[in-house]
Design a protein around this ligand. Sequence first.
Ligand code: TTP
Ligand code: MG
Length: 436
Amino acid sequence: MTTPPAPVWSRTILHVDLDAFFAAVEQRDRPELRGKPVIVGGGGPNDRGVVSTASYEARAFGVRSAMPLREAGRRCPHGIFLPVDGAKYLAASKDVLAVLRRFTPAVEPISIDEAFLDVTGSRILFGSGEDIGRRIKEEVKSSVDLTISVGVATTKLVAKIASDLRKPDGLVVVQPGDEATFLAPLEIRRLWGVGEKSATALREYGVRTIGDLAALPDDLLIRRFGKHGASLAQRARGLDDDPVSDRDAAKSIGHEHTFDVDTSDREQIERTLLAMSEGVAGRLRDSGTKATTITVKIRDTTFRTITRQRTLPDATDMTEPIYRTALDLARPEVRGLQIRLLGVTASGLGEREQLSLFAAEDPRRRKVTEAADAVRHRFGERAITRARLVGARLPAPFERDPMTPVDPRALDAADPQPDPGADRGDDEIDEIEPID
Ligand code: TTP
Ligand code: MG
């Protein structure tokens, strides 16, 4: 669900991020590890894997997430190396979420250890954003025994950057009106929606910092970057009404799949996304709703879990736009990783009044889909399937999901296409892309 929009300047958004999460859970559960350099990941300093995370004591020796364990062993020979215990971290993550939900229903988890909260409506009960941030820190400490860093601002982007500034155990408040000044000195890449391509294009205009971008005239940005140019500039000026979405389970339709064996096989990953997109689209049609937001969830072998979300230009209940979006969001994230779990969720569900939007799609395709739905309902879900899925070793739970006949070539065309806006970096825009 999406929180009802409040005037941008009056919103209070919190971003919370646990400190050295996996290592902190280990130190919590084994007090003898507190104050020690703990390095979580793989099988130890001689393992070929990488560091998931390191306690702040280990970071003092230069150990970082994603560093080869051997390198970590060289930098911190007396480090205590522990394997990843994903189930334990998930449980802690859920406990923290429960604490956050005491303060507002508008909680949007974005990875295993971070979430956005819209506490605008909670201020009357709990005080200012700063007060709420402080209380959350206290309650996470007393209930779950972990420390958390909090950023408070009027926008998600500013709150997220703020929470990172005084880690660990930080609380940083950016007052309403100070957003643009706060963002101005930061490198342009930290702005959501600015990937490498956009950054390169912006550099042609001498834009290096977010402040440089904010100073560019709107008409130039629109000419160069299309319709998203203006919203990019607004974001650079600290104005961003991107809502905190609480992804209420009842208000979204999604599928998840855990692979029997973790995989980095591109074909298998794409096929799974396709099967899940089919399932989601079929269920949307069955429930007579269309969705505007697609979210993919990716968990890797180390239990690192991320979600990526994008709002579609038009509401849909069709496989192709859902799959295309899911693929686009997942591709850069799964590269080189062993994937344990994938999920595709549709949210921002609207009613049938959106039917007028059918005009935006090929009416023949809808007819074919509707005919397929009828067959599916009458003869069962396996009656119809896409060419790409035939004979594929599909993940079991989705074999039962609705399949609809669409020219399989259309699906291959669902690979991100060089659209007219591609060289303008449009594909990167609108993506909720957490900052590295
Ligand atoms: P982060 O929040 O990025 O890192 P952190 O919580 O360990 O440290 P801090 O926030 O204080 O800087 O990631 C959360 C968890 O996700 C982290 O504890 C382990 C896991 N993770 C990986 O497994 N691999 C990675 O490359 C990263 C960045 C995180
Ligand atoms: Mg963290």
